[in-house]
Write a protein that binds this ligand. Sequence first.
Ligand code: ATP
Ligand code: MG
Length: 275
Amino acid sequence: MAQKKPDCERYRVPVGGSFRLSTIDTDDDQDLDRDEARKRLSLNHEQMQEYQQRLYAEGRQSLLLVLQAMDTGGKDSTIRKVAGVLNPQGCHVTGFKAPTDEELAHDFLWRVHDHVPRRGQIGIFNRSHYEDVLVVRVHKLVTPDLIERHYGHINDFERLLVDHGVRVVKIMLHISKEYQLKRLRRRLERPDKHWKFNPGDLEERKRWDEYMESFEIALNRCSTDHAPWYVVPAEKRWFRDMLVSEILVKALTDMDPRYPKPEFDLTRYTPQSIS
Ligand code: ATP
Ligand code: MG
């Protein structure tokens, strides 16, 4: 039987629309077979490796993956499972925690810009500038008027990056509130997961609906043609990993990085002629 192809476009947030998170089933797997999905992930891994090498050799463009999720949404394990195969020399992961005093003394994009991947590199953001319209909105850490302006600042910032050769792909790993509870309980059940349990996550959990509302606004206002948002069902981890790899391969294919032409005279140097 022919293998069913996963469809990532169905999770792309339309530009300027009124996308609702409730339209995405967090447990979805598109009726794909788990083993087939694993095979597809490993094929995608091979492609990512090939493309990464070309990207590096070409040195003209870079790829930035922005990952956002609620606590226990699986950002860390997605990075490990999907990007773990990349050459560490050409890939950089940056986590964004609560800002330091120094960071708070600047505009919210100041700490972010420096971590955007340089040409030839792949960058991954574990949380990002979107925290400034998520946690910051939920906790009212700045005035509503400023938050309102942040969406425009983000779109302009991402436009700037795209204009300078950065492909921006943004993925929300989407889980349900019930699934989060399961994951939090698991962190208490397993001694090797205790270190991951953060009582503060229970406080944020109480504000689940406000987070979902903030996510929806951000997705609708900041999914653009040049920097689209994808909302990936993240409860079946094998499906999540395959789909994220699929989205990355699609972006890389579209970027089409090429090995540069040799700058030396190929007729002068042959494998036999050098010693
Ligand atoms: P882990 O999986 O290890 O829990 P994490 O990304 O949740 O990883 P934490 O240190 O638990 O790391 O959480 C980082 C916290 O920093 C999050 O609660 C996040 O909302 C918060 N944060 C990130 N950026 C900002 C920001 N700009 N303003 C305020 N809080 C922020
Ligand atoms: Mg945390």
